[in-house]
Design a protein around this ligand. Structure first.
Ligand SMILES: NC(=O)c1ccc[n+]([C@@H]2O[C@H](COP(=O)([O-])OP(=O)(O)OC[C@H]3O[C@@H](n4cnc5c(N)ncnc54)[C@H](O)[C@@H]3O)[C@@H](O)[C@H]2O)c1
Length: 358
């Protein structure tokens, strides 16, 4: 059954982009009915911009609103856990920004809460909704790409001290981590989305770019369970900003565009076939390919379909768990100068988080 779902958006920084780029292009699927932010000026400005009259400063007010189907949590990372658990308890569906939470224990609490609720949780991973990503996934799933050999994954962004003027950014407690958790999480998710889970890794982290608590440089050597190996790097000290993933398969080399953010643009991913026969197979496989709506618009559209049809969500808590498993292993590896095997289990010293260890 298809129906219009009513949304409350909480936190109107990136929450405003969810409205603009996610809900407005899907007007027949969603109605943004309520806005919530503790910052009254921001709340009022956003209410005026989108002609939404129901404005609240207190999150708890949303929990009792019976007509609200979805709470979209776009507040700073350190607040997500409590807000998600409260929404699930109230039977609401939740969409939540990255990084979802700060430990595997938190994710496991969330999985437990979701299993007892009528609500479901979708973490935001809008970079999956790029044409090149979906083309690559199709070629891999059809077996055309062949054996995966090696990948590189770069998130090289630029952040100055101004970016860290927001008090939650740059500290372990509120941001939950540094560039690995807050920036590289998107491109790294693409690595797992396209090549599958990580078997082991060795990580180095450093804080060199800004005067902050958390890391702003990271280099990780990764072994994937599919047998391929990968080099993952992240920094906020790159004057020339790049988000790039490169995947070397037996039959094709796949290279993403290098634009740093998930925004429309002309550049596309490059697929270099090993020979003419592979080129032909690729052409055939992609002949009827329809690009998904970009970014938030695509993810929200798939979310709506999954909720209405009671089918699996496009991005799940299990996906967020994979990102957190990776991050937990990176921080432990960096702290102990050791290689780490994944998955991290409940008896691991960082299962409950790493934030107090640095
Ligand atoms: N997916 C992406 O591309 C993307 C981009 C930017 C930010 N983010 C993520 O979105 C989240 C928010 O980031 P931002 O840059 O928008 O931050 P921000 O500081 O600009 O906005 C957060 C807003 O939340 C409000 N807020 C905080 N706690 C609240 C509460 N308990 N109840 C109501 N309002 C509350 C604040 O007043 C503020 O207006 C972070 O997790 C960040 O990592 C994701």
């Amino acid at each position: 059954m298809t129906r219009k779902l009513k949304v409350a958006v909480v936190g109107l920084g990136v929450g405003r982009s969810h409205i603009l780029d996610g809900y407005l292009p899907n007007k027949d699927r969603f109605e943004v009915a309520v806005l919530c932010d503790r910052d009254e000026a921001r709340l009022k400005a956003c209410g005026e911009e989108f002609a939404i009259g129901n404005l609240v400063t207190e999150y708890d007010a949303l929990l009792g609103m019976e007509d609200i189907d979805i709470i979209d949590v776009c507040t700073p990372p350190g607040t997500h856990k409590d807000l998600i658990l409260a929404a699930l308890k109230a039977g609401k569906h939740v969409i939540c920004e990255k990084p979802l939470v700060g430990s595997l224990a938190d994710i496991d609490d969330m999985l437990d809460a979701e299993s007892r609720s009528t609500g479901r949780v979708m973490p935001i991973m809008q970079y999956r909704y790029k044409e090149g990503v979906q083309k690559a996934r199709r070629l891999i799933e059809l077996g055309i790409a062949g054996k995966p050999y090696l990948a590189t994954c770069e998130t090289h962004w630029h952040r100055t001290s101004e970016y860290y003027e927001k008090p939650w950014r740059g500290n372990w407690e509120d941001a939950l981590g540094g560039t690995l958790m807050n920036h590289a999480i998107h491109t790294n998710d693409l690595l797992f989305y396209l090549l599958g889970p990580v078997r082991s890794l060795f990580a180095r982290i450093a804080t060199r770019v800004n005067r902050i608590e958390v890391e702003d440089c990271a280099s990780v050597s990764v072994e994937l369970t599919c047998g391929a190996i990968a080099a993952v790097t992240a920094t906020t000290g790159s004057i020339d900003e790049v988000s790039r993933i490169r995947l070397c398969f037996e039959n094709v080399t796949i290279e993403s565009d290098s634009r740093p953010y998930c925004r429309p643009g002309a550049a596309d991913w490059r697929f270099t076939p090993a020979n003419d026969a592979v080129a032909e197979e690729i052409e055939k496989a992609l002949a009827d390919f329809t690009p998904p709506p970009l970014g938030f618009a695509g993810q929200m559209q798939d979310f709506h379909r999954a909720i209405c049809n009671k089918t699996p969500l496009p991005v799940t808590l299990a996906d967020a768990r994979q990102s957190l498993d990776f991050a937990t292993a990176c921080y432990w590896s960096a702290k102990t100068y050791s290689a780490v095997a994944l998955p991290i289990m409940a008896d691991h010293p960082f299962y409950n988080g790493w934030q107090k260890a640095f």
